[in-house]
Design a protein around this ligand. Structure first.
Ligand code: S3P
Length: 407
């Protein structure tokens, strides 16, 4: 499984602000991570790829150079939000801009806490572009209204430049890749429950990072194996960090034949996922579980559509502000195939049906809608046609080639 997207972004960013050469193995080669690489290149950081290895020559915490133009981060929300935290501490003003889809995604969630930290950050009425006036950063204790690793990470990054200890508290645990990697690079950072605190003013030291496989990408293949009779798939070297791998728990509760073997503990826990086809049943997913399955929900919609009984998903409103409104895109596409989905305030209800029929699929330019619906199409009777399958290059350019190999 290609490298984890979230961890790849963090390896580039943390490598760039560390002292010395970081070598990242199996860094994900995809549009989003390449936008992160390009942005740091425009700020004077040398990043070179050689086979499976990428060398990142870090220049220290405040070692970025002022970019000549606005930094274009394409469709990558992770790049824009996390980078805003790092730019907050630089001695220059910079602008972050994105494509039309990213320009419609909310940024107040970033500008609010960073403004509280004394950063001069401006958006266009809560949306990109963002102008970040770097410089003095004040330590804060921030209680996040939304569980989001992107917001938490932006604050922790800004906290590296602050005049004291910055504390972020969440109501549910979002992915903790930033905390783990900062610690791995030698930072004094503490996490307890849903609270993390980082000390300002410490330098980070370059490291070797082996990026584990991406569980979000793996979940499409796991779901395919569950749904297609006679399948058996082993997905090797996948990150099974519990703040990320909630899909394994959901699949187990659905009755899927799935197990994790060969577990290893690097700076992130890793394992091989073995999955076999078999009948599955509907489940109830409670709101606190959502952060650990946020990117896997589209494919969980697909599984639920072909499970026996009802699946109820509570508190998944954040899906509306991803690359597209994923509640709408998944409902519309699955309904076109014959699924039964209803959405009310706070809950999504999916009644399993016996079979789906092939249909025309609209991705809305969203990679995860596309890959989830490709799995639905494999599980459906007849042919489906996807309107814009190229969007998978955002996170997994090889998706369709990998599916071909599993025939
Ligand atoms: C990400 C966090 C999640 C996730 C996104 C990647 C990250 O977003 O949906 O694909 O790498 O931190 P939120 O933190 O906004 O929920």
């Amino acid at each position: 499984m290609p490298g984890d997207k979230s961890i790849s972004h963090r390896a580039i960013m943390i490598g760039a602000i560390s002292r010395g050469r970081t070598i990242a193995k199996d860094l994900l080669d995809c549009d989003d991570c390449n936008y992160t690489i390009r942005a740091f290149g425009e700020m004077g950081i040398k990043i070179k790829k050689d086979g499976a290895y990428t060398a990142i020559d870090g220049n220290g915490l405040r070692g970025l150079a002022k970019p000549e133009h606005a930094l274009n981060v394409g469709n990558s929300g992770t790049t824009m939000r996390l980078l805003a935290g790092i730019l907050a501490g630089q001695n220059f003003t910079s602008v972050l801009e994105g494509d039309a889809s990213l320009s419609a995604r909310p940024m107040k969630r970033i500008t609010e806490p960073l403004s509280m930290m004394g950063v001069g950050i401006r958006s266009k009425d809560g949306y990109p572009p963002l102008e970040v006036k770097g410089g003095n950063v004040k330590a804060v204790h921030y209680r996040m209204p939304i569980a989001s690793a992107q917001i938490k990470s932006a604050i922790l990054f800004a906290g590296l430049y602050a005049d004291g200890v910055t504390v972020v508290e969440e109501t549910a645990g979002s992915r903790d890749h930033t905390e783990r990697m900062l610690k791995y690079f030698g930072a004094r950072i503490k996490s307890e429950g849903f609270k993390s605190s980082v000390e300002g003013g410490q330098e980070l030291e370059a490291k070797s990072v082996a990026v584990p496989g991406d569980i979000s990408s793996a979940s499409f293949f796991a779901a395919g194996a569950v749904l297609l009779a006679g399948s058996r798939v082993c997905i090797e070297g996948v990150c099974i960090n519990p703040t990320r791998a909630g899909v394994l728990d959901v699949l187990t509760r659905m009755g899927a034949r799935i197990r994790v073997v060969n577990k290893k503990d690097l700076f992130e826990p890793v394992g091989d996922i073995e999955v076999e086809s078999g009948a599955i049943r509907g489940v109830t997913i409670e709101a606190p579980e959502i952060p650990a399955i946020i990117d896997e929900l589209p494919v969980i919609f697909v599984l639920a559509s072909l499970a026996s009984g009802r699946t109820v998903i509570k508190g998944a409103g954040e899906l509306k502000v991803k690359e597209t409104d994923r509640i709408r895109s998944m409902k519309e596409n699955l309904e076109a195939m014959g699924a039964k989905i209803s959405v009310s305030e706070g809950a999504i209800m999916i009644e399993g049906v016996n079979s789906l029929q092939g249909a025309g699929i609209k991705t809305y330019g969203d990679h995860r809608t596309c890959m989830a619906m490709a799995i639905a199409a494999l599980g459906a009777k007849g042919q489906s046609v996807i309107d814009d399958a190229g969007c998978v290059s955002k996170s997994l350019p090889g998706f369709f080639g990998m599916l071909e190999k599993l025939k």
